[in-house]
Design a protein around this ligand. Sequence first.
Ligand SMILES: [Zn+2]
Length: 59
Amino acid sequence: MSGPQARLQGRICPACGGTGLTEKERHTHEADSNGNLIPQVNRFLSACTLCGGSKVVYG
Ligand SMILES: [Zn+2]
């Protein structure tokens, strides 16, 4: 007599902690005024690859 409870229960995405974004690093080189290449690390946010930016995962 127990009907199926087909309620999808999402939980906070463990990869991004519910922000939908993850921080990534991009390593580049930029030339200074003397033409020397200086290594640079740029951090940027992009959509979480686990939840695709939806902030929750199912299952
Ligand atoms: Zn996520």
